[in-house]
Design a protein around this ligand. Structure first.
Ligand code: WQD
Length: 338
């Protein structure tokens, strides 16, 4: 069975390619290398012993997408990661985000609807919930109007998939990630740092390595126990494994509806200061940080109710926050000591 992984050389995509290969799937990775490196192919091969097929394709190119599906007729499933994902950048450059994240999805679905049946896993985000009223957040929590064009593209993507499912033979699972962190334990693949990291954990590891002078903690006046914002940090390998399980659910026709939705988190919330403390423990060094003002658009807290993924998918995150942070730190040291 050939599985197409778009964004397959990206952070979550590459870890999912590894888990797919571990389960015996043949993988074709598509990536336009705008936020990834071709070297990731070698990293995947060093872990699994198999280099996935690779096509350097930009999914905004409709003809290229059509040609791809004419060339590979035996694709039995698609896991769609390819998208722009920086919240701040999406505010500055909304059309880049609407063109990339929406057009790519439309062109992919236009090819899949031509098949007798198709199985589609969509990379969504807890960002669709905005600041949810109730913690932990269930899949039934109301979708709030997006706080960024990036978040809006995820909401629109879910709506497009839902509308298309009603009139085609495309079965889909929407996976709403909380905060993916860490790297493969082998340190052969991980999060590739392009520019100044927007996310907390890569900024922490770069600060610890001495690449950044100090971490700015965005606000300690939130209504939380220690005043800093709370998130659900999930190890990227746990996240990758959930994608394989979700795909197998569709391939084995175990899905109960044409579109199913699952939150992927650990179910535990951690504050920024708790992440810092956990990191200092695993790295056995103090982190240089200072408290500054809140970041525009941040929610106070977001952590997942994972009952549905645990019971229906039969999946549960295995790694602790410390294990995930240790893997991120091992990766940072590996890529800097090249
Ligand atoms: C986490 C916490 C910050 C950096 C985003 C996207 C989400 C998903 C994951 C794609 C917050 C604080 C951060 C720093 C800090 N991406 N922080 N100093 O914003 O929860 O989620 O990434 O799907 O869609 O919205 O993640 O890592 O940016 O922030 O204090 O230098 O760390 O305020 O409380 P976020 P993050």
């Amino acid at each position: 069975m050939k599985i197409l992984v778009t964004g397959g050389l990206g952070f979550i995509g590459s870890h999912t390619v590894v888990e797919l290969q571990n389960e015996g799937f043949e993988v074709i990775a598509i990536d336009n290398l705008s936020n990834s490196s071709i070297d990731v192919l070698d990293g995947i091969e060093r872990i699994t012993g198999k280099k996935p097929l690779f096509e350097n394709i930009d999914l905004r190119d409709k003809l290229a997408v059509q040609n791809f599906f004419s060339k590979y007729l035996d694709i039995s499933g698609v896991i769609h990661f390819a998208a722009s994902k920086a919240v701040g950048e999406s505010v500055e450059n909304p059309l880049l985000y609407y063109e990339n994240n929406i057009n790519s999805l439309v062109y992919l679905l236009q090819e899949l609807q031509k098949k007798p049946e198709a199985h589609f896993i969509f990379s969504s985000s807890c960002t669709v919930y905005g600041q949810a009223e109730k913690m932990p957040i269930t899949e039934n929590a109301p979708i709030q109007s997006a706080m960024s064009p990036y978040g809006n593209t995820k909401q629109i993507g879910e709506e497009i998939i839902t509308d298309v499912a009603k009139v085609t033979n495309i079965n889909s699972i929407l996976l709403r990630y909380f905060n993916p962190i860490g790297a493969h334990p082998s340190a052969e693949i991980g999060e590739l740092p392009l520019g100044v990291p927007q996310n907390l954990v890569p900024f922490i590891t770069q600060t610890a390595f001495g690449l950044r002078e100090k971490l700015s903690v965005f606000g300690n006046d939130y209504p939380t126990p220690d005043g800093t914002a709370i998130r659900d940090y999930i190890h990227v390998v746990d996240l990758a494994k959930a994608h394989v399980i979700a795909l197998q659910r569709l391939l084995n026709k175990q899905n109960l509806e044409k579109v199913e939705t699952f939150n992927l988190g650990t179910g535990t919330g951690s504050s920024v200061l708790e992440v810092i403390t956990a990191f200092e423990k695993v790295a056995n060094q103090k982190l240089n940080y200072q408290i500054v003002g809140r970041r525009e658009g941040d929610v106070i807290e977001a952590y997942a109710n994972t009952d549905k993924a645990n019971t229906v998918l039969g999946w549960k995150a295995q790694s602790t926050l410390e294990e995930a942070l240790a893997s991120a730190w091992k990766w940072e040291m590996k890529i800097r000591n090249k």
